[in-house]
Ligand binder design. Structure first.
Ligand code: SAM
Length: 274
């Protein structure tokens, strides 16, 4: 049965507030699982199993699946759909309050999810900023957000820099709204993020790096010397001198800097601004 038929059996309606757009296209579900490259030795966390269409395919890979669903109305459907699999554990919880490291038993893990779009940024932060990061994420997100994640210098945003600091994102496929029920209003994308196992950029500290990047992006369309100056509480000439000593033109805008340039700027700020 497809997700609509499964919800109909219990006379349930999808909840928009929980981002419930269920995937029902088998080809797309297969593409997501292929991108995750799972084997029976792996542990995979699924956020929002919904009616279990993706969960069943994850379970068929033989990996240990931990599926975290906040909507308890769906639990009877999930236990029925997953009755043949002993390698799946469904946990009723809000993922944003969950201790992910404990859920995966401290093991290396991947994350696979057709995400509820309202938590995209929050979940990326939760999973990437923790010490026990996933090795890989394969997520269905809004296409426009996926484009921001893979953006190159010239089009980078705070979100793009934040994700690229931790891993390498790539778009696996663009998805038409018709592959979901109910249809979302926008196109979606399958995105894969391969998380760096060792820090890729040398910075004095992650917090310091993000303090500088946030300051740089604090004022839209302003030159870096203005946004960094006001974000860090420095005069524009002082900010301009710092930026120059990192080898960067202070008249450039934040969205044009590469990750290496943000790292170089952080080094200079850490040494010269106490
Ligand atoms: N995986 C299913 C599929 O592909 O058809 C459902 C995906 S649907 C886009 C998002 C799912 O995430 C829904 O089942 C929803 O109830 C669940 N969800 C929403 N917010 C959540 C949260 N904070 N924690 C855990 N699950 C959540």
């Amino acid at each position: 049965m497809n997700p609509k038929q499964l919800l109909d059996t219990l006379q349930l309606q999808p909840k928009k507030s929980l981002g419930q757009n269920f995937l029902h296209d088998p080809g797309i579900l297969d593409k997501i699982v292929q991108a995750a490259e799972l084997s029976p030795q792996d542990t995979v966390l699924e956020v929002g199993p919904g009616t279990g269409a993706l969960t069943v395919r994850l379970a068929q890979s033989g990996a240990q699946v931990i599926a975290v669903e906040v909507d308890d109305r769906l639990l009877p459907i999930l236990s029925d759909q997953l009755r043949d699999f002993s390698n799946v554990r469904v946990v009723k919880e809000d993922i944003l309050n969950a201790d992910v490291s404990a859920l995966v038993g401290g093991k290396p893990y991947s994350v696979v999810a057709n995400l509820p779009y309202y938590i995209t940024s929050a979940i990326l932060r939760q999973l990437l900023e923790t010490s026990h990061k996933p090795q890989r994420l394969v997520l269905t997100i809004q296409y426009e957000v996926a484009e921001r994640l893979v953006a190159k210098p010239g089009d980078l945003s705070l979100l793009g820099v934040s994700v690229q600091f931790y891993g390498k994102p790539s778009i696996v496929a663009r998805l038409n709204p018709a592959v979901f029920w109910p249809r979302p209003e926008v196109d979606s994308a399958i995105i894969r993020i391969d998380v760096y196992q060792q820090p890729r950029y040398e910075v004095p500290g992650e917090q310091e790096f993000f303090r500088v990047v946030r300051a740089g992006f604090s004022q839209k369309r302003k030159q870096l010397k203005n946004s960094l100056g006001s974000g860090l509480g420095l005069s524009n000439p002082v900010a301009a001198a710092l930026i120059t000593s990192a080898g960067i033109d202070p008249m450039r805008r934040a969205e044009t800097l590469s990750l290496d340039e943000w790292a170089a700027l952080t080094q200079v700020v850490a040494v010269k601004v106490k």
